[in-house]
Design a protein around this ligand. Structure first.
Ligand code: 0X9
Ligand code: ZN
Length: 307
C-alpha cells in the first residue's frame, strides 16, 4: 500500500487509512464518523474536526462529489491537516476550532473515485446500474431533492448529468442528506468543493431568481475571493450559481440551502481549463493554500454571525 502525501493525489485506500490515522493520532480534535456505505459497499467517512460540543455550530464541507476532480479530495485532506496543525500554533485557528466544528467528507463519490484510479480517469458519476444496461451511475450533483431533474439535468441514463431514477435514489446522496438532516440544528454552512473554473458560487442554481440573502452571500464571496487572491493572485469570479456558471437542478448546495442552511457555497477550484481536471500535482500546494484562506474567511464570518 502507498504512503500518504499532501503534495500528491492519493488513492482511496491511502485516503481511508489516512483518515483513521488522523482520528487516532489527534483524538482530542478529530473523530471519524461513518455516515453509510456506497453502492459498491465502501464506507463513507466524515471527519469531525473541532472542540465545540456536538450541538455547537458547525460547517459541513464535502469533496469529491465528482470523481475526476482530484484536486477536490486533495484539498479536503490539506484542509484537515491545516486545521490540526493550526490548532497548536495559530491563535485564529485555535479560536475557530474552540467554537466551531467542521464536518469534512473528503471523498463523497468513493466508487467513482476508485473508478478514476483503476478504469477511467475522466469518470464523473456514481457507479450504480441504470435502466440502460450499458450505462452506469448518476450525477450526484443532480440527484438531490431540490427541483429534481429539471433545468441543467438529464433523465437519460447515459448522460454525464443524469439525475438518477428518483431524487436521492443514489445511496451516496441519500447518506449525505441524512447526515445533514440529523445535524441540521448545528450546521450553519454548507460548502461543496469542485473543479474546475475558479469560482465561488452561491444559490440558486435551479432558478435565476435571487436568493433572499444574496447581498450577504455576495459580500462573503467577495471577501473570500480577495483573501484567496492575496496569496498567488489567482483570480476567482463569484455570484449566483445559475447565472455565473450555468443552471443546474438537484444540486447539493441548493438542497442544503432549502433546508435552512443560509450559508451555502460551491467552490470550483483551479484552473480555468489549461489542465482542467488533470491539474498537475505541482499545483496542489498553492491551490490548497489559497483555498484554505478562502474557507477560513467564510468560517470566521459564519462563526461571528451564528447564534
Ligand atoms: O456541473 C456541476 O455540477 C458543477 N460544475 S463541475 O464542472 N464541477 O461539474 C457546477 C455546479 C454549479 N451548480 C451549483 N452550484 N449548484
Ligand atoms: Zn464537480
Amino acid at each position: 500500500s502507498k504512503k500518504h502525501s499532501y503534495m500528491k493525489y492519493n488513492d482511496w485506500e491511502t485516503i481511508a487509512k489516512w483518515m483513521s490515522t488522523m482520528a487516532s493520532k489527534h483524538s482530542d480534535l478529530v473523530s471519524q464518523l461513518k455516515i453509510g456505505e456506497t453502492y459498491e459497499g465502501r464506507p463513507m467517512y466524515v471527519l469531525r474536526v473541532g472542540q465545540s460540543s456536538p450541538a455547537g455550530p458547525a460547517i459541513f464541507m464535502d469533496c469529491g462529489i465528482h470523481a475526476r476532480e482530484w484536486i477536490s479530495p486533495a484539498f479536503c485532506q490539506w484542509f484537515v491537516r491545516e486545521l490540526v496543525s493550526g490548532y497548536s500554533k495559530d491563535e485564529e485557528t485555535k479560536k475557530l476550532l474552540t467554537n466551531l466544528n467542521f464536518y469534512i467528507l473528503p471523498v463523497l463519490n468513493v466508487d467513482g473515485y476508485v473508478h478514476t484510479w483503476t478504469k477511467d480517469r475522466m469518470w464523473r458519476k456514481s457507479r450504480s446500474p441504470t435502466s440502460d444496461c450499458n450505462c452506469f451511475g448518476a450525477d450526484l450533483n443532480r440527484n438531490f431533492n431540490i427541483s429534481w431533474c429539471d433545468i441543467g439535468a438529464s433523465d437519460e441514463p447515459c448522460s454525464e448529468i443524469y439525475c438518477g431514477e428518483s431524487a436521492q435514489s443514489e445511496i451516496e446522496a441519500l447518506n449525505v442528506a441524512n447526515f445533514i438532516l440529523s445535524n441540521l440544528k448545528s450546521i450553519k454552512a454548507y460548502i461543496s468543493i469542485h473543479a474546475y473554473a475558479q469560482m465561488i458560487l452561491y444559490p440558486y442554481s435551479y432558478t435565476y431568481d435571487l436568493a433572499p440573502n444574496t447581498k450577504e452571500l455576495d459580500e462573503i464571496s467577495k471577501g473570500a475571493a480577495s483573501k484567496l487572491y492575496s496569496l498567488y493572485k489567482t483570480e476567482y469570479v463569484y455570484g449566483p450559481s445559475a447565472s455565473t456558471i450555468y443552471p443546474t437542478s438537484g444540486s447539493s448546495d441548493d438542497w442544503a440551502y432549502s433546508q435552512g442552511i443560509q450559508y451555502s457555497f460551491t467552490l470550483e477550484l483551479r484552473d480555468t481549463g489549461d489542465y482542467g481536471f488533470l491539474l498537475p500535482e505541482k499545483q496542489i500546494k498553492s491551490t490548497c493554500k489559497e483555498t484554505t484562506a478562502a474557507i477560513i474567511y467564510i468560517a470566521n464570518y459564519v462563526l461571528s454571525h451564528s447564534t
